[in-house]
Design a protein. Structure first.
Length: 67
């Protein structure tokens, strides 16, 4: 199931990035960590966080950032 979610998300982000590129703007995707308590996410990136950063790194003109 998780793989399908990532593929769907990737497709959506690809379309969004293409639309942004067509208007000569620059995309910056930011991952906002959600945790029930401060510090709960730990020092390592979560799976979704890694997904977003890797997605951006594989595409020219996209920047990814994680808080």
């Amino acid at each position: 199931m998780q793989g399908k979610v990532y593929r769907t998300t990737e497709s959506i982000l690809d379309v969004l990035a293409q639309e942004i590129s067509e208007i000569n703007a620059q995309a910056l995707f930011v991952f906002l960590t959600v945790a029930k308590r401060p510090g709960e996410t730990g020092p390592r990136p979560s799976g979704p966080e890694r997904f977003l950063i890797e997605f951006c790194s594989r595409r020219e003109g996209l920047e990814g950032f994680s808080l």
